[in-house]
Design a protein around this ligand. Sequence first.
Ligand SMILES: [Zn+2]
Length: 118
Amino acid sequence: MKKCVRCGKAIPCTRKKSSRYCSDECYYEAKKERSTRRYALLKAPADEIRSNESILAYLYDISVMDKPIYVADLIRYNFNFSLSTEEHLDDKKRLFKFIGKYGYHIDREKNLTIWKSK
Ligand SMILES: [Zn+2]
């Protein structure tokens, strides 16, 4: 006998043959659970993108005061290096990874350059 994929109870034969749930209640609850999960997945990157962008904004403000900034600063603030929304080359052919308005470039000496787009 087939079992409900949500609660594990046997699926009554009065249900459609293709049904994966024992009742309408399980069907709707499972649907609700799926969309809650999907929402959590969508929301996490948005929060992380925002957090990445504010780290870059902060370091950008430091760099315009002619203070050096380093990759270590990003690491210290838990920057997520796997997130970027775009990539651009500057006039010196350096690759900048962008998150929102801010792009960053890391050179061989682990110096950090931040570019603020208009
Ligand atoms: Zn069920």
